[in-house]
Design a protein around this ligand. Sequence first.
Ligand SMILES: [Fe+2]
Ligand SMILES: [Fe+2]
Length: 326
Amino acid sequence: MYNQLVKSEVMQILEKNVDYYKEQFLTPIESIWQPSDYLPDPTSDNFKYELEELQTLAREMDYDLFVTLIGDCITEEALPTYESWLMNVDGIDQGEGGNGWAKWIRAWTGEENRHGDLLSKYLYLCGRVNMREMEITTQYLISDGLDIGTSSDPYKNFVYTSFQETATNVSHRRVGTFAKQSGNTKLAKMCAVIAADEARHAKAYKHFVSKIFELDPSEMMLAFEYMMRQKIVMPAHMMRQSGQKAGELWDHFSDAAQRCMVYTGQDYINIMKDLIDEWKIEHISGLTETAQKAQEYLVKLPARLQKITDRMATPDQEYQFRWVKS
Ligand SMILES: [Fe+2]
Ligand SMILES: [Fe+2]
C-alpha cells in the first residue's frame, strides 16, 4: 500500500526542480502586489473620502455575500494551520535552512499571508464587522486545528492543495464578480488579485501531481482515489463563533456561500472534473490492478455525485452571524 521509499524518492526527484517551480508559479517579492496597493492610504489627504466610499459600499453588500467574504478572510487567516501541516509532509525537511520543498512552502506561505492581511484590513475599515467576534473565530480556527485526512503522504497532500487552491480561486473570484456587479470596484479588484494568486498556486500543485503521475502512476492514482472517497474537508470545517463548539458554525457558513452562489456543491463537482481532466485520468496506463479499479471509480465519480447534488437543497433562511454589526 503505502510505499514510503518510492514516495520519498519521487519527492527527491521533483525537488531538483523547485527553483524552477518557484520561478514559474510564484512571483518575486519585489514585484508582487501588497495589501497596501489596494487599501486606502491613511497618510494621504484623500483617506477620509476613500474610507467613506469604502464604508458606504460595504453597507450595501448583500448579507450572505458579506458573511461569505468574512468567512473567506478567516479561512485565509488560519494560514498557520496549513503551513504547519504541510511542513510535516514526508519529503519536506526544515532542517539546516530547509530542503527545496521547505523553501517552496515558505515562499508559498509568504504569498498566501497577503490574502488574509488584505481582507482583514478591508473588513476592519469597512465599519460593518464586529471585529472582536471575527478575531475570536480566527483564533478558534487556528487553535482547534484541522485534520485534512492526508496524513503526511505527499501525494494525498498535493491532491488536497490542488483541490483547495482551485476552490479558493472560485470563491474569491465570485465574491469579486458580485462586488463588481454592485459597483464596488475596489473590493472587486482586491478579490481578483487574490483569486489570481490562487489560480497560480493551483497550477503549481496540479503540475506537481502531473509529474508524480509520470513517475509513480499507480500510487498517485490510489492517493487521488483515497482523497475523493473520503471527500475534501474544507479548511473552515471546524469554524465556530464565541460560545459554540468546534465546527458548529460550518453548515451556516457553507449555506450562506451556497445561497449567494459563491461556492456551491456544483463547484465541488466541477473542481473534481477539472482535476480528472487536468491529470488525464482516463488515459493513464501501466497501472496495477488496484490502481485500475481506482481509475474506473474516479472516472465515474462526478456523474454519481451529480445525482446526489441535484437532490440537495440549501435552506433559504439567513443565519445571523455574530461577525456582522447590526
Ligand atoms: Fe489564499
Ligand atoms: Fe491558496
